[in-house]
Design a protein around this ligand. Structure first.
Ligand code: FAD
Length: 486
């Protein structure tokens, strides 16, 4: 419990109310118990909380929200705490309670005929993936934090990841929601209807709202057929423009079977191999435009084993890649020959954020651009940033135009001496000129509020404030996040 709360009898009453709602074991107030919940993955954001409350169901969430509303105490919904923008921890200046959804971690039902699953918000993404697979389906949302992040956090940030090129962001995967609103009322829309046009879609309002409009307690998701065959390859392509040509050629020739198309240039591979020496570079020599590519198909004909022991889908992919090599678009390629090799490629991809973080200080941009403008952005940015003394460490979910463009200090340069503000100004200026977005998939949280104030269309900020005021007039739901201060 924070020192301020000890002086506040009202806060003690609130804690006593939590004891009644969720029990003392699920009301954490001891500093040592509360501390881990008050810091996010980046370690850049910390915020005190009166308590951490861990409800078991939506009814308990509603009671907690109503109690906090009565006491004018803010509520910070929290999942796996893997958010990268400080959205899931309290801000200073307002007494807050952290509402951890991690006990609400069940699959409530799985509809085989309708191919949907109803899951509680606190379920870990990887657990939901495994549950879908047990029933012969795929839940396709995936990225590096899958072993810790929760689907509530995924919905609240509209998470993306590596398979968006085929299946869309979390928003596209969700067809119903259960949520508790700031006044304690509960929305229950878990019927799993693929068509339901009966007015405003509150589900879409809560997705991407980062907990500022309510607490998501459960959701219905679409499931997809499990692939019968997969082909995973690592390519060195002559240029980024060439990579888009490769993407579209494979999409055209496979009926849109590209599941992932991830950009991994040499500097990113170097930093991963330096930080994790057991990870080996996938190709000999320096890659030009490195691409981790995966195609998948649920058609049995694509899974057919051919006379030479190869799988039909892999064979088809090799044929396309061979033609693009002959045309000079692809420089080199390796096809994963086993699940082990495929796993190694994905481990390399999913280690990048941790590798950059461990390698030293860096500034991360999470941005998106039209595919046609990516090459121009990277070319201009790389040249500008290098001349300022930065080393660009870029990876991308290239198939959907999402760049994770990190700036580290170039060799021999001291991070603290580098002109980060000028770098940001150049980056965002270029982004605006090339029709990009300053926030692609990690959300706004606290860290992107300054750029949100600057670059989000003013009319849209006015609209966001109007919606927030209508639903949460007392600003108790995750204050200080997403919406820039006036
Ligand atoms: P938290 O961090 O706990 O919370 C995030 C936000 O959601 C906060 O604003 C919080 O208040 C709100 N929230 C949480 N649960 C709820 C709820 N039930 N109801 C309402 N609001 C809620 N993100 C991507 O999109 N794509 C990636 O490729 C990607 N890669 C990553 C790789 C690594 C190694 C790491 C550490 C993170 C990565 N992320 C990525 C970011 C992060 O994992 C996602 O934002 C994820 O969706 C957050 O989920 P969480 O459960 O950890 O949420």
């Amino acid at each position: 419990m924070s020192e301020a709360s000890l002086l506040e009898p009202a806060n003690d009453l609130l804690v006593a109310r939590f004891h009644v709602i969720v029990g003392p074991a699920n009301t954490l107030t001891e500093p040592g118990d509360v501390l881990p919940y008050t810091e996010d993955w980046t370690g850049n954001f910390r915020g005190d909380a009166l308590a951490v409350v861990r409800p078991a169901n939506a009814a308990e969430v509603a009671e907690i929200v109503a109690a906090c509303a009565k006491s004018d105490v803010a509520i910070v919904p929290q999942g796996g705490r893997t958010g990268l923008c400080g959205g899931g921890v309290p801000i200073a200046g307002k007494p807050s309670v952290i509402l951890s959804l991690t006990r609400m971690n069940k699959v409530r039902s799985l509809d085989i005929a309708g191919r949907t699953v109803v899951a509680e918000a606190g379920i870990v993404l990887e657990v939901l993936q495994a549950e879908a697979e047990k029933h012969g389906f795929v839940f396709p949302l995936t990225f590096g934090a899958k072993g810790s992040c929760t689907i509530g956090g995924n919905l609240a940030t509209n998470a993306g990841g590596s398979n968006v090129v085929r299946y869309g962001n979390t928003r596209e995967l969700c067809i119903g929601i259960e949520a508790v609103l700031p006044d304690g009322s509960v929305i229950n829309a878990l019927a799993g209807l693929r068509k339901d046009n009966t007015g405003y879609d509150f589900k879409d309002l809560l997705i991407g709202a980062e907990g500022t409009l309510g607490i998501i307690t459960a959701a219905v998701f679409k499931l997809f057929p499990k692939p019968a065959a997969r082909a995973t390859a690592f390519l060195s392509v002559a240029s980024l423009e060439g990579a888009i040509e490769v993407l579209n050629a494979i999409q055209d020739r496979t009926g849109g079977a590209v599941e992932a198309f991830e950009y991994m240039p040499q500097p990113a591979i170097d930093v991963i191999c330096r930080v994790f020496p057991d990870i080996r570079p996938p190709l000999e020599g320096t890659v030009e435009t490195g691409i981790l590519l995966e195609v998948a198909s649920s058609r049995q004909s694509d899974a057919r084993e051919l006379e030479d022991g190869s799988i039909s889908l892999q064979n088809d992919l090799m044929e396309i890649l061979g033609e693009l090599m002959e045309a000079g678009v692809i420089v080199d390629a390796m096809l994963a020959q086993s699940e082990q090799q495929r796993g190694d490629l994905w481990r390399m991809r999913e280690s990048i954020l941790e590798a950059i973080t461990k390698a030293g200080p860096a500034y991360h941009l999470d941005i998106s651009l039209p595919l046609a403008n990516i090459e121009a952005f990277v070319r201009e940015m790389d040249s500008e940033m290098q001349s300022l003394g930065f080393q660009p460490l870029t990876v991308a979910h290239l198939g959907d135009g999402n760049l994770h463009y990190a700036l580290a200090a170039a060799e021999g340069r001291e991070w603290t001496s580098l002109p980060l503000d000028s770098a940001k100004e150049i980056a965002f200026g270029l982004l605006v000129r090339l029709n990009g977005s300053f926030s692609a998939e990690h959300g706004i949280g606290q860290s992107k509020l300054p750029v949100m104030s600057k670059l989000k269309e003013p009319a849209q900020i006015v609209l966001m404030r109007a919606i927030k005021t209508a639903l949460d007039p007392n600003n108790i739901m995750n204050p200080g996040k997403l919406i820039p201060p006036r």
